[in-house]
Design a protein around this ligand. Sequence first.
Ligand code: PEP
Ligand code: MN
Length: 346
Amino acid sequence: MMIVMKETATDEQIEAVAAKVERAGASAHRSRGARVTVIGAIGDVDQDIAIGSLGLEGQPGVDRVVPILKPYKLASSQFRHGERTVLQIGGEKVGGGHFALIAGPCTVESREQVIATAEVVKEAGASMLRGGAYKPRTSPYAFQGLGLEGLRLLAEAKERTGLPIVTELMDARDLEPVLEVADVIQVGARNMQNFPLLAEIGRSGRPVLLKRGLSATLEELLMAAEYVLKEGNPNVMLCERGIRTFESSYRTTLDLQAVPVLKELSHLPVVVDPSHAAGRRSLVAPMSLAAAAAGADGIIVEVHPNPDEALCDGPQALLASEFAAYADAVHRAAQLSGQTMSVGSL
Ligand code: PEP
Ligand code: MN
């Protein structure tokens, strides 16, 4: 249920309504827009019925009470009343017309590798640095990431460049050290429906990049986002990273229609990862341009100073030496869809 307050509603009136909702057993999620505040009364079916019988429509400051029709509530565009969520990450904004280019290696491998990459992407106008310390590998015998040492190197890269850090969390037991360095916690495609992990990250309040599972529908992605939002963490970015189809000419199919559709269904920013969708370098630039022109709020892309020697995902990594030209082209494509660049960008 959604309680839309009047433009003139006072803080006291908003809090009085929220308190009533909570007394009925539901949780009250306040969304303060530029014009109106909306209170999402989120609970199970019985609590919905209880809220329906509270007579909130006649309460001071209440404009109207409307049901949220989608199974995801806080993630639905209806909840923000048409306004888009803009995430503030360090000095950067993402969403609502602010475009973010997130770049870096798949995996933190060494001090030299991560610092060199961070400096190149910073110089080219990237807004954040990506890099995994904990890696979800198909084979348990493959390199699993440097763990704590990887996090330490990311902290050093952040200190040198000022770039906010995006890094993956796979296991809630690693949350504490990850929180020390991550400005954005990445939830990988394989963990999109790891519900306890999502709830734990939700409780941390840290911004999240939530990747679409390899066979997940957009509704399932939004329901996964709901797990984070429900814990009171509104800072979620959705990420399209390719899905499994019958086509075998490339690793996965980049579902670019997901960009405008997710933006219709939800107020959350939508980021595209062309690297993991493609699996090979030659496809990364064209798909990045298409995604930016289609209105994506950001791109997350893999870059390596020497991809032939990368311990993970080398074939899809952009060459650090070619990154500046790539970034320039992506920013121009983003401008085509009416986006402005984040701080540090062109
Ligand atoms: C990654 O970003 O390095 C990664 C493993 O991505 P995904 O979860 O989309 O496969
Ligand atoms: Mn990777």
